[in-house]
Write a new protein. Structure first.
Length: 187
């Protein structure tokens, strides 16, 4: 069917709708073309499980005044160019990345919608860029060193904790609310 035939078909359908008195529903208020606030508000609503997973990322804990040093395991347990979620005694978790012998400890969940970053992609940061982790859900990319967003859609970064290897054991300085036995457990 050519363009003329499609046009005639469209006109026939339109005339039938008009004959049947079909009218377009009235719009209560005009919608701005770029008014995405209602849509964005809907995306930021977190379920209780997603909120629990994002507990570490809300403010970031680099340079936090009160932290506790926690052992995350033997440094040899972590392969180079890999990432793994490590559970802490209090039930919380952190994500450990290793690139070229350097360790990074970050929030286990994306700052955008709470997706598990361990299912994403960890990159060494080619062309002089920083090592990154990419969310599997919406392709948000975060700097593993600072937690800042490298590429959207997320506007919130992820929390980063200081880490150190001593005598072959990986330690991280975590905020007390993530560590069991401090009396401050995440809700």
């Amino acid at each position: 069917m050519g363009a003329w035939g499609r046009s005639r078909l469209w006109m026939r359908c339109l005339s039938r709708c008009q004959a049947a008195n079909f009218a377009a529903p009235a719009i209560a208020r005009p919608v701005e073309r770029w008014d995405l606030r209602p849509f964005a508000a809907m995306l930021t609503v977190l379920t209780a499980e997603q909120a629990r997973r994002t507990q570490l990322q809300s403010k970031g804990y680099v340079g936090c005044a009160s932290t506790q040093r926690v052992s995350l395991g033997q440094a040899t347990e972590f392969d180079d160019a890999s990432m793994r979620e490590v559970k802490i005694e209090g039930g919380a978790a952190v994500l450990v990345h290793r690139h070229q012998g350097e360790f990074f400890v970050t929030s286990p969940a994306c700052g955008h919608y709470g997706a598990l970053l361990r299912k994403g992609i960890s990159s060494a940061g080619g062309r002089g860029g920083p090592p990154t982790v990419t969310c599997p859900l919406h392709d948000a990319t975060f700097d593993s060193r600072t937690g800042q967003v490298v590429r959207g859609p997320s506007v919130d970064g992820i929390a980063v904790c200081k880490s150190e290897v001593k005598n072959g054991v990986l330690f991280a300085d975590l905020p007390p609310e993530l560590v069991a036995g401090t009396g401050k457990h995440p809700k």
